[in-house]
Design a protein around this ligand. Structure first.
Ligand code: NOJ
Length: 541
């Protein structure tokens, strides 16, 4: 087994984790300061969202130099220190690679846009205006749309052509049909791997290749009448385009030049397509599985999905699960505090690598941000979808303690996004000493997972307890204790006869999400409280 299989990944949004230089934005020295905290969570790897030089139009997902550190976050020397200090504590570091697009400030794009005959012109996707009347800037090359709302083409008057982008206009997309582009990106990967980085989370990996003929995308027959233009077309020429798997195989080849490195691909696709990104064990080590974010919080729906996912995985495809990230509303806001505890139990007891989002371990919630204070380019571009789509609410500063600015930054500084109103009560310091806190539940679950082969590598078997609001499953590993996990997604108590399920084996409750659990371990009258999750240890099986 590899570290990225048995371990837990923890995502840090660096702007919001810990500020060390009083500018209101988190940085690398801040992360170093918090490494002992990270270690105390019993996690194994830290994925840091982009820290490279960038004009920050998309908060670092617009990279202007792949081989340096943004001064806002520190220096390469700070990064090397972070890596050394993390490794000294047994923590891996995963960087965010953004190969689909660069910033418009990247020297490649600066050259590319300088003239039509610049040698780097075709590093990007340039197209003439469509034939016809009207000003050239209105004659779009085709109907492609951006994920952030608006046309995927921006007109550049200087050279009289459009360039393509599926996100913000400051994120021009690279042309992976140009023979020099992929080798250059592979060298960027080697730069960090040579420094000792343990792997990459790869941004929108399934979008990296576009239709060679730039054909219009067809209408989406399933689109709602009021769907936004992006959702009214089917993305068959901008996503999962034929040839993408060859590119990913070459990226994987670079990782395989080194020992024990990994890549996890950001891919939003239905499960049957998602699993093709494992390749034959020669593409992504893991394509992110985002279904716990996308599905309704319903025991049956999630149980069905786990079965479907397990069934779709290729023979050596290692599963993974994600509860939240910097693009999605926080789990505690989506399902409430009690169910958020159940959700952590689910995440940390399923088969496959869990990825946790910073702050979820203390139950941080979305912070409402008024439109006037909105930072997120995706929301600014689609004001009508701001409430639904804005990504600032899940990106607010980490709540460390009850001091002014929550210990995220000094009291005199202004955090780049506002703090949660409840930070004085919901923070790490307050939860440290409370045995019933979400933080200590998280630590206990992560410790149990680490200690128990059944949980960190064992088999998964669903168990039907005959109640639609209960999700139950068994985790087993030969020669080790087995576990029965029972999660109550509902609001009524259940009294269960577990004798048949447990086959009379001995055991006891190892963990409950309910700190006041008063019920004992009677397997013929086993109580599961409303919104309670329980991990039962079966001795020796
Ligand atoms: C996915 C990232 O997670 C998101 O934050 C970003 O805006 C887009 N890719 C574009 O890089």
């Amino acid at each position: 087994m590899h570290w990225w299989q048995t371990g837990i990944i923890y995502q840090i949004y660096p702007r919001s984790f810990q500020d060390s230089n009083a500018d209101g934005v988190g940085d690398l020295n801040g992360i170093i300061r918090r490494l002992d905290y990270l270690k105390s969570l019993n996690i194994d790897a830290v994925w840091i969202s982009p820290i490279f030089p960038s004009p920050m139009h998309d908060f670092g997902y617009d990279v202007a130099d792949y081989c340096d550190i943004h001064p806002l976050f520190g220096t390469l020397a700070d990064f090397d220190r972070l890596l050394a200090e993390a490794h000294a504590r047994g923590l891996k570091i995963i960087l965010d690679l953004v190969p689909n697009h660069t910033s418009w400030d990247h020297p490649w794009f600066v050259e590319s846009r300088s003239s039509r005959d610049n040698p780097k012109r075709d590093y990007y996707l340039w197209r003439d205006p469509a034939p016809g009347d009207g000003p050239p800037e209105t004659r779009l090359p085709n109907n492609w749309q951006t994920h952030f709302g608006g046309d995927a083409w921006t007109y550049d008057a200087h050279t009289g052509q459009f360039y393509m982008h599926q996100f913000h206009r400051s994120q021009p997309e690279l042309n992976y049909r140009h023979p020099e582009v992929l080798p250059a990106m592979l060298d960027n990967m080697r730069f960090w791997l040579d420094r000792g980085v343990d792997g990459f989370r790869v941004d929108v990996i399934w979008l990296m290749l576009k239709d060679e003929q730039f054909r219009d995308e067809p209408p989406n027959p399933h689109a709602a009448p009021d769907a936004r233009p992006f959702d009214r077309i089917e993305h068959i020429y901008t996503a999962s385009v034929e040839g993408i798997h060859d590119i990913i195989r070459q990226m994987r080849g670079v990782l395989d030049e080194y020992d024990e490195r990994m890549m996890v691909g950001e891919i939003y696709l239905p499960v049957e397509q998602l699993v093709t990104y494992y390749g034959d064990g020669d593409e992504c080590h893991m394509p992110f599985n985002f279904q716990l974010i996308q599905l309704p919080w319903d025991a049956r729906v999630i149980g069905d999905y786990i079965r479907r996912y397990e069934g779709a995985l290729p023979p050596d495809g290692w599963p993974n699960w994600v509860l939240g990230n910097h693009d999605q509303h926080r789990i505690a806001t989506r399902v409430g505090q009690a169910q958020a505890r159940v959700a952590q139990m689910l995440l940390l007891t399923l088969r496959g690598t869990p990825t946790s989002y910073y702050g979820d371990e203390i139950g941080m919630e979305d912070v409402p941000i008024p439109f006037e204070q909105c930072m997120d380019p995706a929301a600014l571009q689609q004001p009508e979808l701001f409430e639904l789509w804005g990504r600032d609410p899940e990106r607010t500063p980490m709540q460390w303690d009850d001091s002014p600015n929550a210990g995220f930054t000094v009291p005199e500084a202004t955090p780049w996004l506002p703090l949660a109103a409840d930070y004085r009560t919901r923070n790490v310091a307050a939860q440290e000493n409370d045995p019933a806190s979400m933080l200590n539940l998280y630590r206990a679950l992560a410790a149990l997972r680490r200690a128990e082969p059944a949980l960190n590598r064992g088999d998964y078997e669903e168990v039907d307890l005959g109640q639609p609001d209960l999700l139950a499953y068994r985790r087993t590993w030969p020669g080790s204790d087995g576990f029965l996990v029972i999660l109550n997604f509902g609001s009524v108590e259940h009294r269960l006869d577990l004798r048949a399920v447990l086959n009379e084996s001995g055991g006891e409750v190892a963990l409950s999400t309910n700190p006041e659990r008063i019920h004992g371990d009677d397997i013929d009258a086993f109580h599961v409280a409303p919104k309670e999750g329980v991990v039962w240890r079966s001795n020796g099986r």
